[in-house]
Design a protein around this ligand. Structure first.
Ligand code: HEM
Length: 492
C-alpha cells in the first residue's frame, strides 16, 4: 500500500512543488492573474472582446502581465513605454511568429509573409512586397481598379436614393468592395456584383464563407498539444479540407494566367518572376501571397470604413466639416481622387481617430520571442508569445486627453509618435499594406461623404459595441440612410 502511494502520489507532489518553485515570482516573469486552472491555465479568460478583458487585467496587475494558455506562456503588454522597449531594443528577438495551426494551412506551412518565422525567407518576401506589391508605383498601377470599384458602389447606392433618403446596409457592401478591389488587383476578377463569372464567383464566395466558418484562428489545440494530437472534434481535418479546396481554386487562377499571358495583374507579374527564378517563385509562394492579400487586406479595410462611418453618423458636425473640406479642395465637378488625399488633412485625421478608437487588429498579430530577453525588467523566456494591447494604449488616459471621445481635431498640427498610435503595428513586422489600406479607406470614405447626404436610421445613436472576430467587427452591422447629392449625376 505504502509503495503504491510512493509511486503515484509522491511524483505528483514533486511536480506540484516544482511548479510552485518555478512559479512566476521565482523566474521573475511578469505578474500573473490568478486563478490559472489545471491544464487550460488562463484560456478560460478568452472571451470576446479579448482586448477589453486584457485591459481590465492590466488595470489590476500593471502594464505587463503573463498568462498561461495551456502549455504556452503568453505575455501581454499595454503601455507605450513597454511597447517601445519591445519594438526597438528587442525588435529582432520578438520578430518571430508562433506556429499556430492556421499558419500550417492558410500560411502555406508557415511560408507566407504573415506566418513565416523571422528568417532570410521572410526578409526576401518583405523585400519583394515593398518593391513589387506595396510600392507607390505598383499601387498606382491599380488606381483605376480602386476608382472603378468605388464608382460602382456610389452608382449602386445612388440607384434608389436620387429623390429621397433610402435605408442601406453598409457592412456587406463595404466587404464586397474590398474583396473586389483586392481580387481585381491580384487576378483581374470581380467576385461580387455585376460582371462576375457567376459559377466561379459563387465558388469563391462559398470558399470564403467556409474559411471563416472553419474557425481556424481560434483553435484550442494550439495551446493543448494533446487536443491537436487527438484532432479533437476533427478540427484540423475540417480546416485542411476547406484549405485544400481554396488551394485548388487559387492554383486554377494561376494556371489560367499562365495560359493567357498578359501584364495586368499581380499574378501575371509574379509569374514573370517565376520564369526567371522558378526555384524561388514557386506556385506555393504565389498562392501564399494571394492568400495574404485576401486574409490581411480585405476585412481590415472594410471594417475600418464601417467604424469611421458609424462615428461620423454619431457626430454629424464632423461629417459636415469633412464635406466642407472636400468641397473646398476638390469641388463638386468630379469625384475625389487618390492624389487629393494629401490635401484633405481633416479626412486623414478622421481616419487616424477611427484607427485609434477601433483598430482592426486590436491586439496586433501575435509575436514570439526567439531568445530570452527582458521587458520592463522581467524575464521573457525564449518561445513566449507576445501580445500587444494596442487598443488599450490608444485609450490610455496617460497618453491621450479625453481618450474615449471621437475628436479628429486632436491630430491637427501634431506629429504622433508610433508608440502612441500603432494600428499597423511597430517594428519590422509592422503592416506592409498600410499604404494600400489608407488609399482604399480614404478614397471610399471621401467619395461617400462627397456624393451623399447621410443620416442615422433613427434618432438613436449608432451602437458602437465591438463584436466577435479577429478584425474587431461591430456587433450590429452598420445601417444608415442616404440620399444622392445632385453632383452624383455629373461625376459618375
Ligand atoms: C500585418 C493592421 C491592411 C497586409 C499587420 C499587423 C497589423 C495590421 C496590426 C501586425 C503587426 C505586428 O505584427 O505587429 C492592418 C490594418 C489594416 C491593414 C489596421 C487596414 C486598415 C492590410 C492590407 C494588407 C495587409 C490592405 C495587404 C493587402 C499585412 C501583412 C502583414 C500585416 C502581409 C504581416 C506582416 C509580417 O508579418 O511581416 N497588419 N493591416 N494589411 N498586414 Fe496589415
Amino acid at each position: 500500500m505504502e509503495t503504491i502511494w510512493l509511486y503515484t502520489a509522491l511524483p505528483l507532489v514533486i511536480v506540484i512543488l516544482s511548479l510552485k518553485f518555478f512559479s512566476t515570482r521565482h523566474r521573475n516573469l511578469p505578474p500573473s492573474p490568478v486563478p490559472a486552472l489545471p491544464v487550460i491555465g488562463h484560456l478560460h479568460l478568452l472571451k470576446p472582446p479579448v482586448h477589453r478583458i486584457f485591459s481590465k487585467i492590466s488595470q489590476k496587475y500593471g502594464p505587463i502581465f503573463s498568462l498561461q494558455f495551456g502549455t504556452r506562456l503568453v505575455v501581454v503588454v499595454s503601455s507605450r513605454s513597454l511597447v517601445e522597449e519591445c519594438f526597438t531594443k528587442n525588435d529582432i528577438v520578438l520578430a518571430n511568429r508562433p506556429r499556430l495551426l492556421i499558419g500550417k494551412y492558410l500560411g502555406y506551412n508557415y511560408t507566407n509573409m504573415v506566418t513565416s518565422p523571422y528568417s532570410d525567407h521572410w526578409r526576401n518576401l518583405r523585400r519583394l512586397g515593398s518593391v513589387e506589391i506595396f510600392s507607390a508605383g505598383r499601387l498606382n498601377k491599380f488606381l483605376s481598379v480602386r476608382k472603378d470599384e468605388i464608382k460602382r458602389l456610389v452608382l449602386k447606392l445612388a440607384e434608389n436614393s436620387r429623390h429621397d433618403f433610402v435605408k442601406v446596409e453598409m457592412k456587406s457592401r463595404l466587404a464586397e468592395l474590398s474583396f473586389n478591389i483586392i481580387m481585381r488587383m491580384v487576378a483581374g476578377k470581380r467576385y461580387f456584383g455585376e460582371d462576375e463569372d457567376y459559377d466561379e464567383a459563387k465558388r469563391f464566395r462559398g470558399l470564403i464563407k467556409e474559411m471563416v466558418k472553419s474557425g481556424g484562428v481560434s483553435y484550442p489545440g494550439d495551446f493543448m498539444p494533446v487536443l491537436r494530437w487527438m484532432d479533437y472534434q476533427n478540427f484540423e481535418k475540417n480546416v485542411a479540407v476547406v484549405f485544400e479546396k481554396m488551394d485548388a481554386f487559387l492554383e486554377g487562377l494561376i494556371d489560367e494566367h499562365r495560359r493567357n499571358k498578359n501584364d495586368n495583374t499581380m499574378i501575371d507579374h509574379l509569374l514573370s518572376f517565376q520564369e526567371s527564378q522558378p526555384e524561388y517563385y514557386t506556385d506555393q509562394i504565389i498562392k501564399g501571397i494571394i492568400m495574404v492579400m485576401l486574409t490581411a487586406g480585405t476585412d481590415t479595410s472594410s471594417v475600418t470604413i464601417e467604424w469611421a462611418f458609424s462615428l461620423l453618423l454619431n457626430h454629424p458636425e464632423v461629417l459636415e466639416k469633412a464635406r466642407a473640406e472636400i468641397e473646398a479642395q476638390v469641388g463638386s465637378d468630379r469625384l475625389i481622387d487618390e492624389h487629393d488625399l494629401s490635401n484633405l488633412p481633416y479626412l486623414h485625421n478622421i481616419i487616424l481617430e477611427t484607427l485609434r478608437l477601433y483598430p482592426a487588429a486590436p491586439m496586433l498579430v501575435p509575436h514570439e520571442s526567439s531568445a530570452d530577453c527582458k521587458i520592463g525588467g522581467y524575464n521573457i523566456p525564449r518561445g513566449t508569445i507576445l501580445l500587444v494591447n494596442a487598443w488599450a494604449i490608444h485609450r490610455d488616459p496617460n497618453v491621450w486627453d479625453d481618450p474615449t471621445s471621437f475628436k479628429p481635431e486632436r491630430f491637427e498640427g501634431v506629429e504622433v509618435e508610433p508608440s502612441k498610435l500603432m494600428p499597423f503595428g511597430m517594428g519590422r513586422r509592422s503592416c506592409p499594406g498600410s499604404g494600400l489600406a489608407q488609399r482604399v479607406v480614404g478614397l471610399t470614405l471621401g467619395s461617400l461623404i462627397q456624393s451623399f447626404d447621410w443620416k442615422r436610421i433613427s434618432e438613436e445613436e449608432i451602437d458602437l459595441a465591438e463584436g466577435k472576430g479577429v478584425t474587431m467587427p461591430k456587433v450590429k452591422p452598420l445601417e444608415a440612410v442616404c440620399k444622392a447629392r445632385s453632383m452624383v449625376d455629373k461625376v459618375v
